[in-house]
Design a protein around this ligand. Structure first.
Ligand SMILES: [Zn+2]
Ligand SMILES: [Zn+2]
Length: 53
C-alpha cells in the first residue's frame, strides 16, 4: 500500500493512500462544508498532535 500524499482537507496533516482523497469521513465532510479553520479534528495522530486540548 502506498501512502504518499496529504489529505485533501487543507488543515489536515494526515497522509492518505493513493486511492483515497481524505483520511476520514470527517475531512470529507469538513471540506465539502468548506469549514474554515487552522486545525483538523479528524482524531488521527498527525492532527491530534497539533491540537491543544
Ligand atoms: Zn486530520
Ligand atoms: Zn484528513
Amino acid at each position: 500500500m502506498e501512502i504518499d500524499h496529504k489529505c485533501a482537507y487543507g488543515p489536515c496533516q494526515c497522509k492518505v493512500p493513493v486511492m483515497g482523497q481524505y483520511c476520514s469521513d470527517h475531512c470529507s465532510q469538513a471540506d465539502k462544508l468548506r469549514a474554515e479553520g487552522t486545525q483538523c479534528s479528524c482524531g488521527h495522530d498527525a492532527c491530534v498532535a497539533t491540537q491543544s486540548i
